[in-house]
Design a protein around this ligand. Structure first.
Ligand code: PMP
Length: 425
């Protein structure tokens, strides 16, 4: 065949950081602080609900359920988020269950972005936004969060990374269809403040632009920070699709239950995409997640709530990893949310020499070396940047700290040994 086999829209989209680094971490014996998944079990109440769903009397839980979401799940999601947003949410028209947040994102771009449309993406960003925009025929337009120097004696925080409001305004054009907002942000852990969200919301309203709000880490905020839902700001409900994930919410990434909610005039187009691709999500997993939300609804804000307990535990894990990294001389950027932490490895550059002509970003080469030589896995931060910016941020690597104590201890030991070798006892 003389013409290319693949559809043209796939041109240049074949590389995927997760495929490459997950494989590498599996090939070598590693302490894996790379990909974002807990190495501990989900809470008992959702596991028991899943077991009951598959071993209980109700044979229908093994069969197809409603295409756009199992009734029990869309009902409780509508109730739960309706209350949080102070918004009437109709389970049948405003909510849809998806195969993880990934499918919800895919539906947004396929349903609402057309050829020639521009989509604003804030850097650093969860890497799949860019190919998903391109596969829909759209053009990603990037705007960086810019780090400012922290106050003397203070460690850098993800809050020190901010948008320049004038620069952001300049990205909105006649062709802008949507902006993707991810707060808390993967990989930085930034939790956008109400003021920052208001700036974004005002621009969306002014330019009649949609907002795809990826809130999968909504419960994982630290130090008393508050997660703000942009759909609750004036003028935003009608133009926002909010996306969530049971993978992050209940520490069950393998269940691949996600959801989105928003106004019917947008959601109905996402339903068209969903019914023509995956059509349906696994019933028993949806039932278990529904039970989990029911339980959390009843315990909302109380000490026994998983949504209260998980961030408390994670904040301790975060602080522990911060100390381990500081002890060896990697400079951590303290995340306000998520279970990721970015560290600056500039002082480690002697370990892996810079190769100015090498196409591969430095952080990517560094991590490959670290996996093979130190048995520690992380993810290169350049993977969360557009091609134009990758080189400017290839001195940073992302660690995931949603791990058992033993895993964090093993990572700590590796870092300690490393330091001894570098500096001597
Ligand atoms: N959005 C963000 C920001 C994520 O980090 C992830 C998972 N890493 C997803 C979406 C996808 O979530 P799910 O596993 O539910 O598809």
């Amino acid at each position: 065949m003389s013409r290319p086999v693949q559809a043209q829209r796939l041109e240049g989209l074949d590389k995927n950081v997760w495929v490459e680094f997950v494989k590498l971490a599996a090939t070598y014996p590693t302490v894996n602080l790379g990909q974002g998944f807990p190495d501990f079990s989900p809470p008992d109440f959702v596991k028991e609900a899943f077991v009951k769903a598959v071993s209980g009397e109700n044979a229908m839980l093994h069969q197809y359920t409603r295409v756009f979401g199992h009734p029990a799940l869309v009902t409780i999601l509508a109730r739960f988020f309706g209350k949080l947003l102070g918004q009437d949410i109709d389970p049948l028209t405003n909510v849809m269950v998806t195969v993880g947040a990934y499918e919800a994102l895919f539906c947004c771009f396929q349903a609402l972005v057309d050829s020639g449309d521009e989509v604003i993406i804030i850097e650093p960003y969860f890497d799949c936004y860019e190919p998903m925009v391109k596969m829909a025929g759209g053009t990603p337009v990037f705007i960086p969060l810019r780090p400012k120097t922290p106050a003397p004696g203070k460690l850098m925080s993800s809050g020190d990374w901010q948008l320049d409001p004038a620069e952001l305004a300049s990205k909105f054009t006649r062709r802008t269809k949507a902006i993707v907002l991810n707060s808390p942000n993967n990989p930085l852990g930034k939790v956008f403040s109400k003021k920052e969200m208001e700036i974004i919301a005002d621009l969306c309203v002014k330019h009649d632009v949609l907002c795809f709000s990826d809130e999968v880490y909504e419960w994982l905020v630290y130090d008393g920070k508050k997660h703000i839902r942009i759909a609750s700001l004036p003028g935003m409900w009608d133009r926002t699709i909010t996306i969530g994930s049971a993978g992050k919410t209940f520490s069950a990434t393998g269940w691949k239950v996600g959801w989105m909610f928003g106004p019917d005039h947008l959601v109905k187009h996402l339903r068209t995409v969903h019914q023509n691709c995956v059509y349906h999500c696994p019933t028993a997993a949806q039932e278990a997640v529904a039970q989990g939300f029911q339980r959390e609804f009843e315990h909302y804000g109380k000490p026994e709530s998983y949504f209260v307990q998980l961030p408390q535990e994670l904040q301790q894990k975060r602080d522990r990893l911060v100390q381990s990294l500081l002890a060896v001389g990697m400079k951590p950027i303290i995340p306000e949310g998520t279970y990721f932490l970015i560290a600056d490895l500039s002082d480690f550059k002697a370990e892996v020499p810079n190769l100015p002509d090498c196409e591969e970003p430095y952080d990517s080469r560094f991590i490959k070396w670290m996996i093979k030589n130190k048995g520690l896995a992380a993810i290169p931060v350049s993977a969360f940047y557009s091609t134009a910016q990758k080189r400017n941020f290839d001195h940073l690597i992302r660690f995931c700290f949603v791990k058992e104590e033993a895993t964090l201890k093993a990572a700590e030991d590796i870092l300690q040994q490393w330091k001894l070798k570098k500096t001597g006892p």
